[in-house]
Design a protein around this ligand. Structure first.
Ligand code: CP
Length: 330
């Protein structure tokens, strides 16, 4: 893949939809390098559209996208909603709190009910790992995993990779440190997988209590000392401390976590000069990241990540809805 300087479009930037072998996007493992790069190229063609006054295409006119979120979300749900609407689809946001799920309907019954309405795309977030894959076996349409438990969040990884590529012109060969609560992070799992496919050198940094057993076999080096872990990094990607998934004491206090693993100006000096900072959001300020770093527009890509998410999700929706892109497996 040609490496491109920031903001420069190449003739290679795909003017046609990305093609998937897989019917669904449940995990980064559903993509090979060619497919992932095609998606990023396609997102590159959509990104300028988001700055225009009229932002709408009619590529998905007549198609129905259902957003089914069993867990809270600000960025992902609104981003899929916007992406679907920008592509001309009819978008339905299922409110789980006011749906029959609240009356005890099972996930499989919910899937059967939604399937009867013949959607074209189903975007699912659920607190249990494997829930999106289970739904995918019960419905006829394409399913996109918008985060399942501690398992994966593939479109977050795609938007992170897109953000890095747009800013630094490449991913191959970059040193990227993913830091903090790796144990509970679906974002970390998807990012390690995708960044490996795209040729980055990936490090995982965090306390032993928040590092999954066998993390060194994911395709990353594992570090427990933050300064050593981010040394000469081009990108430092912080993770949210996920207290809602913790059923015990993983660290003594937020204050102590910040002292050892919170990204502040002092620790960031160990990364490469000009290193960029990312965070998938929502942030715990003063726990995993200091506001001075998070809010510095010269180094922080956090708002850019959110913007890029819409373009990437447009590319994903288009690829999965495009007749013929994945017919072999339909
Ligand atoms: N990054 C992310 O998944 O954010 P939300 O939980 O707000 O969707």
């Amino acid at each position: 893949m040609a490496q491109r300087p920031t903001g420069v479009k190449t003739s290679e930037a795909s003017a046609s939809p990305a093609r998937f072998r897989s019917k669904h996007l449940l995990a980064i493992g559903d993509l090979n390098r060619f497919e992932a790069e095609q998606l990023l190229d396609r997102a590159e063609t959509f990104e300028p559209l988001l700055e225009q006054k009229v932002k709408k295409l009619d590529t998905l006119r007549g198609r129905t996208l259902i957003n089914l979120f069993f867990e809270n979300s600000t960025r992902t749900q609104s981003s899929f909603e916007l992406a679907g609407k920008r592509m001309g689809a009819d978008v339905v946001n299922m409110s789980v709190k006011s749906s029959s799920v609240a009356k005890g309907e099972t996930l499989i019954d919910t899937a059967a009910t939604l399937n009867a309405m013949r959607p074209d795309l189903l975007v699912v977030r659920h607190g249990s790992s494997g829930a999106a894959a289970l739904l995918a076996r019960k419905v006829d349409c394409a399913v996109i995993n918008a985060g399942d438990g501690k398992h994966e969040h593939p479109t977050q990884a795609l938007l992170d990779a897109f953000t890095i590529r747009q800013r630094l012109g490449k991913i191959e060969g970059l040193n990227i440190a993913i830091c903090g609560d790796v144990l509970h992070s679906r974002v970390a799992r998807s990012n390690v997988a995708l960044l490996n496919i795209l040729g980055a050198n990936v490090r995982l940094v965090g306390p032993p209590t928040l590092m999954p057993t066998g993390a060194e076999r994911w395709g990353a080096t594992v570090h427990h000392d933050m300064r050593a872990g981010i040394k000469d990094a081009d990108v430092v990607m912080m993770l949210r401390v996920q207290r809602e998934r913790m059923d015990g004491g993983f660290f003594p206090s937020a204050r102590e976590f910040f002292w050892f693993y919170g990204l502040d100006e002092d620790k960031l000096k160990f990364a490469k000069p000009g290193a960029l900072v990312m965070h998938p959001g929502p942030m715990n300020r003063g726990v995993e990241i200091d506001s001075i770093v998070a809010d510095d527009p010269k180094i922080s890509l956090i708002e850019t990540q959110v913007r890029m998410g819409v373009a990437v999700r447009m590319a994903v929706l288009e690829a999965l809805a495009e007749p013929g892109s994945n017919q072999e497996t339909r």
